[in-house]
Design a protein around this ligand. Structure first.
Ligand code: UDP
Length: 567
């Protein structure tokens, strides 16, 4: 069946259900952004030239909202608790629905069992028949619940699963045996999925798929009005819970400096009394409904972060409403190795500031990332912000059209059941697909000439640009430095001796090993290492003394998840 774009969200709103504050929050959001989604659907429909899209049967099981997982989020919706996840789930539901798929939504184990056709109350009674869905979107909690209630059959069906995973999961943590042997075991990882089945909130490492969410979009009149009504000396502080304001590490000092020049506003939740963490000079509005926060941001000039929360939606909303986002640089970067918040998360990703996406993908003049230990630098930044005029800005990938485009592409082209599984036998050294020839380009990058017998692949192999990292560098950084992005789907084509020789690497020995930094070669021993376990192909991996073989690809401006020829 063909999927047809939907612009009326009534049925979706009915499907989301009631009875929890989190569901009400999501519904308010869906309603508020409905018109924006509808316009985006029409635009994308035209852009794709009304192409035929298959309608998929999709189950969305929101594990963290189930009573069985404790549902710690719902009671905090109106009390300053985290909302980023709910923002994202509301947008995922809307995107899938607007794209025209056949959607079922579950927020309890009972509903999950019902949809999967597993008899209730039978413990781990496996699902015997075929899976009644093409795709299942869930999270780590939901995955655990499915394991408990689908038992053995989860293994069989797992290529259909997508895991919404805010901070991301790296290959070394995902591979159970490898993680256990090499110290990457956490409470979350080790599901042996293809790591592109994990979908993140921001484009962290391309080892995962970037799902994202959307932010409010402004038309030209609104943009114009915003410029007219900006209050040059108005700042809003990022952080809706008093604990985020714990005036640790000189935060008080910086608020004082800021207060010298600007009127400082906050949206910190409180019950009856002003939270003691919030200084008296701060005009606190209390936790605001999303749409009132947008109004506040429209007036403000500066949105300022003090280090927590990490990587949330609010800075994008602020920038989209014409604020400049000022945030602390983390030196050294925060990660699961040195920071409590990230400890136990299945990634070693180094978080270089409160919001690395804002820092790396947006940057000046919309984002200023400075060293807060240096009060001069901080003060200079505040001055500069008051002088600088910026237009509201929203990267295409965070618009409704951008999200629909990306999710459409994933649904139609990502296939972890077919083409990519089973993987080519790992211990055959050369898996050289027919129809491919490599050529060295002027830039020193190896690219491919692809003819009609080339193997099917998405992204298409024409996007591949092969290169070698510097010693100790990951493929994430290597590709980024070339203005490209690492593409894990291509590793299987370059994990061979031919690729090494094309890159003019001379190997005395070639080893086949389970090692998340392979393919790579050691600079000291002239040893080359090829990857034995395709699940361990990793853009993020790096090792001292190793230079990595990196499959990079191009990307669309404002839509890093997709290559030029990806649609
Ligand atoms: N938000 C809100 N009212 C407020 C402050 C924030 O509705 O007073 C919303 C905001 O619009 C954003 C969401 O909370 O979409 C999540 O924001 P944040 O970046 O703080 O991330 P979190 O830590 O909650 O995941």
């Amino acid at each position: 069946r063909q999927a047809a774009f939907r612009t009326d969200l009534g049925t979706l709103l009915d499907q989301v259900g009631t009875g929890k504050e989190s569901l009400s929050f999501m519904k308010r959001r869906i309603r508020r952004l409905a018109a924006q989604w509808a316009t985006a659907a029409q635009r994308l429909d035209l852009k794709l030239r009304r192409r035929w899209r298959e309608q998929k049967k999709i189950l969305v099981h929101v594990g963290f909202l189930t009573e069985e997982s404790g549902d710690v989020f719902s009671p905090k919706v109106l009390k300053g608790g985290p909302l980023g996840e709910m923002v994202q789930w509301a947008d995922i539901l809307t995107a899938l629905y607007v794209l025209g798929h056949n959607l079922k939504i579950s927020v309890s184990v009972k509903e999950l069992q019902g949809f999967l056709g597993v008899p209730p109350g039978r413990g781990s009674c496996p699902l015997t028949g075929p899976l009644p869905f093409d795709l299942i979107y869930t999270d780590y909690h939901g995955l655990q619940q499915m394991k408990q209630h689908m038992g053995l059959s989860l293994k069989k069906h797992k290529c259909h699963i997508r895991v919404i995973d805010t901070f991301g999961t790296e290959p070394a943590y995902n591979h159970e045996e490898y993680a256990t042997l090499h110290g990457y075991r956490t409470n979350w990882g080790y599901w042996n999925l293809n790591t592109r089945q994990y979908m993140t909130m921001f484009p962290h490492t391309p080892d995962n798929s970037f799902m994202g969410f959307v932010s409010e979009e402004l038309n030209e009149t609104e943009k114009h009005n915003i410029q007219q009504n900006k209050v040059k000396n108005m700042a809003v502080v990022y952080g809706k819970e008093a604990s985020m304001w714990k005036l640790s590490q000189g935060k008080e000092k910086f608020l004082e400096i800021l207060h010298r020049y600007m009127e400082v506003h906050g949206t910190v939740y409180y019950e009856t009394q002003r939270p003691p963490e919030v200084p008296a000079f701060v005009k606190n509005h209390g936790l605001l409904p999303q749409q009132d926060l947008q109004q506040l941001l429209r007036k403000a000039k500066l949105f300022i972060g003090f280090g927590f929360p990490y990587e949330g939606p609010a800075p994008l909303e602020a920038i989209a409403n014409g604020c400049i986002f000022l945030q602390p640089k983390f030196h050294p970067p925060h990660s699961s190795l040195n920071h409590e918040f990230f400890r136990g998360k299945p990634t070693s990703r180094e978080v270089s500031s409160q919001h690395p996406y804002a820092e790396q993908y947006i940057g000046r003049p919309h984002v200023m990332t400075v060293d807060y230990n240096n009060s001069e630098e901080f003060e200079t930044a505040v001055h500069e912000i008051m002088r600088t005029k910026v237009d509201p800005y929203l990267p295409y990938e965070y618009t409704c059209e951008g999200m629909l485009e990306r999710v459409h592409a994933y649904i139609q082209y990502q296939d972890f059941c077919g083409v990519e599984a089973p993987f080519p036998p790992a211990n055959i050294s050369v898996v050289w697909p027919g129809g491919l020839f490599m050529q060295m380009g002027d830039s020193g990058l190896v690219s491919w000439v692809v003819n009609s017998t080339a193997p099917p692949c998405w992204p298409p192999l024409s996007a591949l640009r092969l290169t070698i990292s510097a010693e100790g560098q990951s493929c994430v950084d290597t590709c980024r430095s070339l203005d490209l992005v690492c593409e894990p789907a291509f590793f299987r084509f370059v994990n061979n001796k031919e690729a090494l020789s094309k890159l003019q690497v001379q190997c005395e020995v070639v080893e086949f090993e389970m090692n998340h930094i392979f393919p790579a070669f050691s600079t000291t021993a002239r040893e080359c290492g090829l990857q034995k376990e395709p699940l361990l192909f990793s853009c993020a991996g790096f090792g001292a003394k190793y230079r990595r073989v990196c499959p990079c690809r191009d990307f669309r401006k404002g839509q890093v998840a997709l290559c030029q020829d990806c649609l």
